[in-house]
Design a protein around this ligand. Structure first.
Ligand SMILES: Cc1cc2nc3c(=O)[nH]c(=O)nc-3n(C[C@H](O)[C@H](O)[C@H](O)COP(=O)(O)O)c2cc1C
Length: 172
């Protein structure tokens, strides 16, 4: 069976800094032989998510993909000093034991470094709840990343942190 990792992206823009970082992690996983399976919060019908309808097609696809994956990557812009509410609403659809024995990584981009620290603490609590094996959050500052229509560039230190987080994610 092929190795997969589910990515759940909260940013509403496919060309945003946060998506750029998630795509870098995904490309690194792919080079290591692990297939990324991407979901965006925009793929879900909000009424299905808020009503917790596990059998709704988009929700069922997500739950099934997570069930088959060796890990989950959550990717969010920092909103109000934490992860986006839409991301959390989708994560709330997962059963409490859905990630036991799997790996997780939290990714975020943020304007303020202090809110990156708050976000890392929020991911820590979330992953501890799920009893999943997780690495420290990958937080990239807006100042470390420049995204344009054809791609993006990263400060050297941010590139190294992304590579390190991706390596840890796909290590057996
Ligand atoms: C609604 C909204 C709320 C935000 N709240 C914060 C915040 O509390 N702290 C912070 O440092 N940055 C905040 N930001 C900035 C974003 O987290 C940051 O620019 C991020 O890189 C945006 O990523 P995206 O373009 O991929 O969505 C906020 C941005 C928006 C649009």
């Amino acid at each position: 069976m092929s190795r997969t990792i589910v990515f759940l992206a909260a940013s509403p823009s496919p060309t945003s800094p946060c998506m750029f970082v998630a795509n870098q992690v995904a490309a690194s996983a792919e080079r290591a032989g692990v297939q990324p399976v991407f979901f965006s919060v925009c793929d879900f019908d909000a009424s299905d998510v808020f009503a917790g309808r596990a059998s709704a097609p988009s929700v069922a696809r997500f739950l099934d993909a997570v069930g088959q994956a060796e890990g989950l990557v959550l990717s969010t812009p920092v909103y109000k000093a934490t992860y986006s509410g839409a991301l959390k609403a989708v994560v709330d659809l997962l059963a409490a034991d859905a990630l036991v024995g799997r790996k997780a990584l939290g990714v975020a981009t943020t304007k303020l470094a202090a809110h990156g620290v708050d976000l890392a603490a929020a991911y820590r609590a979330l992953f501890a709840f799920f009893r999943v094996s997780w690495g420290e959050a990958l937080v990239v500052l807006d100042d470390e990343i420049k995204v344009d229509g054809s791609g993006g560039t990263l400060a050297a230190d941010a590139g190294a942190r992304i590579a390190q987080a991706a390596d840890a994610l796909v290590a057996k």
